[in-house]
Design a protein around this ligand. Structure first.
Ligand code: ZN
Length: 333
């Protein structure tokens, strides 16, 4: 009696083990399709400024008066504001966990220590960028040395608009020559600066210096330079489309405006770019600052765009960045 029972038990155990073994992939969490975020800032968290934030906060530009305090940059008046990380470690942990969950790769700018730490946590998924927005930032030699060291693969975020400079200003020309010579892609801030940037922190900021046409002279001087226009030159859609039409290698990212302006406005802008035929030149970017959940919030805007096909969404979230940054697609499989 005892031996057959034991045998039956062992057989049953063996069969159960086989079932578990062969069904294992069903139990494993399915891998998310890869996403590349081309616009992630990594700066040290300043607890004094790490306040919560309501996405699409620019849906209602407040009225004001120059004799009163300037408008606040953010709006925290909504049901569920996004929580700001209060420490560097909290931001790092949240970013690592989102990157793993969403199978993300990021192009990132900012504090080299924080970038190195992120590279260690998610190896092969962090592409560091170094930005120069005015010749006061660093010498051309220092810039070239930084790129030649091999750590930085991208030039960005270049934001001369905040300095009151055009991207074609000759004081930046030698930096672009270096990027062109070393085959380094360049991301340039053009357009949006929120509500009242010139009143709040950047008195030299000029809306007119976000005009995408201002890139043309610089592009003519550097025909081999590969650039993308950050924030897609919002809100200058006609100029953006004309520039992309005339310059076949110019791409855009959707960073910043995708979570700050009213959603109908964002969709109208994105739809217009796609409708004009530039679906292969739009890249996903968050403009991540201190709110970890901003990534999911912003990706949700793309996912919910009912005028985009599945393939168009994949182009924006992944394929276009692979092509633009000349990445090896097989590494994402
Ligand atoms: Zn920017």
């Amino acid at each position: 009696m005892r031996t057959p029972t034991l045998r039956a038990y062992l057989v049953r155990f063996f069969l159960a083990a086989l079932v578990i073994l062969f069904n294992a992939p069903l139990f494993a969490q399915e891998k998310h399709l890869p996403i590349i975020d081309v616009h992630v800032h990594m700066m040290k968290v300043n607890p004094a400024f790490a306040s919560d934030m309501c996405p699409w906060f620019l849906r209602n530009m407040p009225g004001g008066d120059p004799t009163l305090p300037p408008p606040s940059f953010l709006n925290t008046d909504c049901a569920e504001p996004l929580k700001a990380a209060k420490t560097d470690q909290e931001m790092h942990d949240a970013l690592v966990s989102t990157m793993k969950k969403l199978n993300m790769t990021v192009v990132t700018y900012g504090d080299p220590g924080l970038i190195r730490k992120l590279q260690k946590a998610v190896p092969g998924r962090v592409i560091p960028g170094i930005g120069v927005s005015s010749s006061k930032d660093m010498t051309v030699k220092a810039f070239q040395d930084s790129l030649s060291s091999g750590f930085y693969k991208v030039m960005g975020e270049v934001a001369p608009q905040y300095q009151g400079l055009s991207p074609s200003d000759m004081s930046l020309d030698e930096y672009f020559s270096v990027a062109e010579k070393l085959n380094i892609p360049v991301g340039i801030h053009m357009g949006t600066g929120g509500n009242g940037m010139a009143n709040i922190t950047s008195p030299k900021y000029r809306a007119s210096l976000g005009n995408p046409f201002l890139l043309e002279d610089m592009l003519a001087r550097h025909p081999k330079l590969k650039i993308w226009v950050m924030h897609a030159g919002y809100p200058m859609i006609d100029e953006m489309i004309a520039l992309m039409g005339a310059h076949a290698y110019v791409y855009v990212d959707l960073a910043g405006f995708i979570w700050s302006y009213p959603q109908a406005e964002i969709h109208a802008y994105l739809n217009r770019l796609v409708q004009a035929g530039f679906g292969k030149r739009i890249m996903y970017g968050t403009d991540l600052l201190v709110w970890p959940k901003l990534i999911e919030t912003s990706i949700g805007v793309i996912e919910n765009a009912d005028y985009l096909s599945f393939d168009q969404k994949r182009d924006i979230l992944f394929n276009n960045a692979v092509r633009f940054f000349r990445l090896d697609e097989s590494k994402f499989k």
